[in-house]
Ligand binder design. Structure first.
Ligand code: NDP
Length: 332
């Protein structure tokens, strides 16, 4: 049986381009005992994949040149030689960007959806929802009446962070890249106010104006000059949950920003980076809490679903142009 896959054709120099990817037709092997034949349905595209396109050591190994890109995929079982899964089951796994694929049953999770959409398992009840939950609850620790600032606020992680902070009684200010995103965050997701960083001249002053009592928690998804501006407004004993630095992922040289250590020192600020897998043993608790809030209507979510397997590379590049609201997903 032949299928189409997408491989890493070249390591990007700076911002990735479509030519860094290549489509190939491949022949699938015979199904072995303990394996399933899968049909990909929904493919997650995530900023961390940009890091895997580079060579070098990180917390996940780089994608190999001329091998299929890999990421979170929701797939249907077409054929099974596994005792764990039967034809028609829906599974989630870290799988190749391939229309069909053979996978070992050891690395798959069966999905039995109790919420309105299966794709929630790539977003609010998946990696990005858990990132929002653990980063905010374990590092940010917002208290009622405090002010929380979230960068990358209209993305998959940011949309959830703001709502969890509101559930805990905080005032929440977002930073996002368009007026449309700002309105969505305020009207649908409970953000108290939002700064459009692309049209706001002085972000430091804009934050000072919107946060007259200073910033107690900063959930940082983007880094760079946006974070420099937020950090100038931190309160004594503020906490920074260092989640992502997307503004720097395509940099060939990391720009030198202001020296922030004196500010962190004199204001007794905690700044802690984290990788979601640090919290793996607590995932069942995180999923249970997120599901409860979703089912109670306290946590809402949105997705940008792009149609067509062939759109996967463009969708990944779109994350760096702000083309998504909420979780970016490709539907095959
Ligand atoms: P998003 O859904 O937020 O998508 C990326 C968004 O980033 C874009 O929509 C865009 O929105 C914004 N963006 C892109 N380039 C820039 C830039 N130069 N400056 C400012 N904003 C930019 O992605 P996720 O929610 O999945 O991830 C958010 C962050 O969290 C990423 O940095 C990611 O790497 C990180 N992350 C970390 C994890 C961890 O374990 N620590 C796990 C998951 C994610 P806009 O229109 O606002 O510019």
């Amino acid at each position: 049986m032949t299928t189409k896959q997408i491989v890493l054709a070249a390591r990007p120099n700076g911002t990735p381009i479509l030519n860094d990817f290549r489509f190939e037709d491949i022949e699938l092997d015979e199904l072995q005992q303990g394996e399933v034949l899968l049909q990909g349905m929904y493919y997650s595209v995530d900023p961390y994949m940009r890091g895997r396109m580079n060579e070098g050591k990180s917390y996940v190994p780089p994608f190999e040149l001329n091998k299929a890109i890999e990421g979170g995929v929701l797939a249907t079982v077409l054929e099974s030689k596994s005792d764990l899964f039967k034809t028609g089951d829906v599974v989630l796994g870290s799988l190749p960007w391939s229309e069909k694929m053979i996978a070992s049953d050891k690395n798959l999770q069966k999905i039995e959806s109790t919420v309105e959409s299966l794709t929630y398992y790539l977003g609010i009840l998946g990696m990005t929802g858990l990132t929002a939950y653990f980063g905010l609850m374990h590092i940010g620790k917002p208290k009622a009446g405090e002010t929380v600032v979230v960068s990358g606020a209209a993305g998959a992680v940011g949309i959830v962070v703001g709502q969890i902070a509101k559930i805990h009684g905080a005032r929440v200010i977002g930073i996002a890249g368009s007026d449309e995103k700002a309105s969505l965050l305020k009207q649908e997701f409970g953000y108290d106010d939002v700064i459009n960083y692309k049209t706001t001249g002085n972000i430091k002053n804009a934050i000072a104006n919107l946060c007259p009592n200073g910033v107690d928690v900063y959930f940082d998804n983007v880094g760079g000059e946006i974070s420099d501006a937020v950090i100038q407004n931190l309160n004594f004993h503020a906490r920074i949950a260092l989640c992502g630095q997307i503004s720097l992922y395509n940099s060939t040289k990391i720009p030198l920003g202001p020296r922030i250590q004196p500010m962190l020192l004199t204001r007794s600020v905690l700044m802690q980076g984290f990788i979601i897998s640090n919290f793996q043993k607590d995932f069942p608790e995180g999923i249970a809490q997120l599901s409860k809030w979703v089912n109670e209507g306290k946590l809402k979510f949105t997705e940008t679903i792009i149609e067509g397997f062939d759109q996967l590379p463009a969708a990944l590049l779109g994350l760096f142009k702000g083309e998504n609201k909420g979780k970016m997903i490709v539907k095959a």
